[in-house]
Every structure is written in structure tokens, then in C-alpha cells.
Write a protein that binds this ligand. Sequence first.
Ligand code: ZN
Length: 179
Amino acid sequence: MSSNQPPPGAPSDAPEPASTIDALIAVARTLETDFPGPRSVIPSRHLAIVACMDSRLDLFRIFGLHAGDAHVIRNAGGIVTDDVLRSLVLSQRFMQTREIVLLHHTNCGLQQKTEDEFREYLLREVGQEPPYEFGAFTDPDDSVRRSIARIKDHPFLAHRTHVRGFVYNVETGTTKEVT
Ligand code: ZN
């Protein structure tokens, strides 16, 4: 939607939103009446998904999920960082999830540069390097395998049997399992 369109449901003579966030809030207000009702804090499919933040990955559409079905943990690349492990431990130990799906994808932002190029860019721009890794990769299948290995090696996770990783093709909308 272009920024000069009124949000759905707004009167046509409404003032133009000042920002995308204003437009979102206006939509949220109109959709509040469609609230389907409260759900359990326990995901009904007992599933956690770790996925890239990429805007083309509509996880609920790809997997046919609905609100209340699964935990969704997203970051750049969908890589399993310490903070993702923290979320998964909470998910399994306290929220009864038992299976994990990893979803990476083709044409990821983390494939555009090497780790060194990301760091050198920030060093030039900011004068210092960030204290974290970006997780740059060339092959999404390899990135999925590394993330699965981190999950399998994490003793705080209660359920490490049903962990499967996939790569979503952003050109075709198809999802392939990484074996
Ligand atoms: Zn990505």
C-alpha cells in the first residue's frame, strides 16, 4: 500500500497518516471488532518455529497456522543464537511445545555480504565493531544444518527428537526440507 492511501476502513477525507505506524494503528483499531476470542498461552500444536525475519515469509500462510497454534521466534536469518535458545527453553520447559521447525529461505539478506564485510562496513560507519556475529552465510541449507546442530546440542531443551529444517524459495513459494 502506498503511503498516500488512507488505511482500510478510514473515511476518505481522513488526514494522511504521518507514518506507516500510524496507518497500522488505524487498521488495528478497525480490526479489534474481529477479535476471535482468547486463546491458551500453551500453543495448541505444541510447536515452535524459528524463522528468518524476511518480510516475504508469511509463516501462518505457508504452514496453514492460526493464532494460538505455535510459538514463532524470528531474527535475521532465522539462525539459532543464544537468545533463540533461551526462547526455545522457555517454550519447551514451561509452554509444552515438543517439536521445532526451522525455516530459512533463498535470497536472504545474510547472503548478501560476508561476516567480515558486515563488520568492516559498521567499523567504517560507526568507528567500532558490534559485539555480536551477524551470522552471514552462503548456503541456506548449511545454515539450517548448523542451526539444527545447535538445538540438538543444547541440554536445556527437553525435546530434541522432532527438529526439522526447511528452506523456503521466495521465487516459487515452495518449501524444501533440508536433510
Ligand atoms: Zn532471511
